[in-house]
Unconditional design. Structure first.
Length: 447
């Protein structure tokens, strides 16, 4: 069996790359893989290369490891491409996505999946992903593309609609939340079986069982006994109201709906312990710690901790290479998978993986109230993708109009002006066809 070539796009995300490389090389069947690291930042790339070589040495894996800033070289002949990019970075783009809306009184927690922040992230990320996909079509047309970048649903929707590359979007919210619920109810996660379906960051556990017994009463008991974790109040509130538990964290979910972050209603924010600006705070902490962490990761005298993560990437590669079947949750095009969601949207469903590839499993109809809730998010995703693929700037405004949180806080004139300001502030990070006329000026510029 020929050693697979696995290309990391955005390998300068050192910690995430470290986890995935450790996962891959810890499988004996993948220990001799050819790992190619690609990034546009040569300094961070060099750090990731050092870490990758340390992992291979620690695991005694005969892997071939190379690093390059040449994307064509990285993708040439790749069997797997793992995308983990953040276009525009924390500064200037993520800061802009938070600070400009704040001038309108619109506050966010994460701003990377939906909302005005998610829309803007898609506008600057999808064009880059499409460039990568064009290279893949030319250099590795049979590649399996494992896509980790947010906004997940919009990115995958555009890729599936505009390219021929086999893409599956990967997130850890399904398996991660299952482990969190298991801890809350006191049942080992290894004993739990579940069926989950929906859209990324808004999928729901349709079944959550042990030995065929429904565990929903134990989840409800967490509320009744006052044991809801302080950081998870939003999701438990939704569980009580909807009857199903959602996969993504409370801080994420709170900005996908119109009910939890409201100006002049600080008691709601306090009651549900919603961490406004959480992503900004997290990034600042990571930046503060990066220097010391980088030195530690590169220091050969400091033992390198290697433990399996919950990410699905290595599981997919191993199943594809060995034929040993595995089930993962992936974000794929809705081709007869969920009957009461749009046929072309991106859905998150179980997928069987073996030598035949990633094969999504249909789950039929969702409970109607869950499908209706998801549709409010799909509307925003659809219009953003339409703007990107057709060059129709109007659909950016339409997407913002229909975003649940934005529409709950701002009137139409404010929404229009906010979009103008964000497009102007992002400047060349936005595709030329979608940039505002030259006369439009942002209310706030972020250095």
């Amino acid at each position: 069996m020929t050693s697979p070539k696995i290309t990391f796009i955005g390998a300068g995300s050192t910690v995430f790359a470290k986890n995935l490389i450790g996962d891959i090389l810890s499988y004996p069947e993948l220990a001799d893989a050819r790992i190619t690291l690609y990034d546009i930042d040569p300094e961070r790339l060099a750090t990731s290369e050092t870490v990758a070589r340390r992992i291979a040495e620690a695991l005694k894996a005969p892997a071939t490891i190379e690093a390059t800033t040449d994307r064509a070289r990285a993708l040439d002949g790749a069997d797997y491409a793992i995308t983990m990019i953040q276009v525009g970075g924390y500064k200037p783009c993520t800061v802009t996505d938070f600070e400009v809306p704040k001038t309108y009184g619109l506050r966010q927690t994460i701003a990377d999946t939906l909302g005005i922040g998610g829309i803007m992230r898609a506008l600057r990320t999808v064009p880059v992903l499409l460039e990568h996909a064009r290279d893949m079509e030319r250099l590795c047309p049979d590649v399996t593309h494992l896509q980790y970048a947010n906004p997940m649903a919009m990115n995958c929707w555009a890729l599936n609609r505009a390219t021929k590359i086999k893409t599956v979007g990967l997130c850890h919210s399904v398996q991660g939340t299952a482990a969190e619920i298991a801890e809350d109810i006191g049942v080992p996660v290894e004993e739990i079986s579940y069926l989950c379906g929906g859209i990324n960051h808004m999928a729901f556990y349709l079944k959550f069982e042990r030995d065929g017994q429904d565990l929903t009463p134990l989840i409800r008991k967490v509320v009744e006994e006052g044991r809801v974790p302080e950081w998870n109040r939003v999701r438990y509130d939704m569980f009580l109201r909807l009857g199903y538990f959602v996969t993504e964290s409370s801080e994420h979910f709170s900005e996908y709906v119109p009910w939890y972050i409201k100006r002049g209603r600080e008691e709601i924010v306090d009651r549900f312990n919603i961490p406004l600006d959480e992503y900004i705070t997290r990034c600042e902490r990571q930046i503060d710690k990066w220097g010391a962490l980088r030195a530690q990761l590169q220091d050969p005298t400091v033992p390198l901790e290697i433990k399996r993560s919950v990410e699905y990437g290595s599981t997919i590669i191993r199943a594809r290479e060995t034929g040993q079947p595995a089930v993962i949750y992936g974000n794929v095009q809705n081709r007869g998978l969920i009957d009461n969601l749009p046929a072309d949207c991106t859905v998150e469903v179980p997928c069987l993986v073996d030598r035949n590839g990633v094969q999504p499993i249909g789950i039929g109809r969702l409970p109607p109230h869950l499908a209706a809730l998801m549709q409010t998010n799909i509307n925003v995703q659809s219009l953003t993708v339409e703007a990107l693929l057709t060059g129709n700037r109007d659909h950016i405004y339409h997407a913002a109009m229909l975003d649940p949180h934005t529409a709950a806080e701002l009137d139409l004139d404010q929404i229009w002006k906010l979009v103008d300001d964000l497009l102007a502030a992002h400047g060349e990070w936005i595709p030329e066809a979608l940039r505002p006329p030259a006369k439009a000026q942002p209310l706030l510029r972020v250095a």
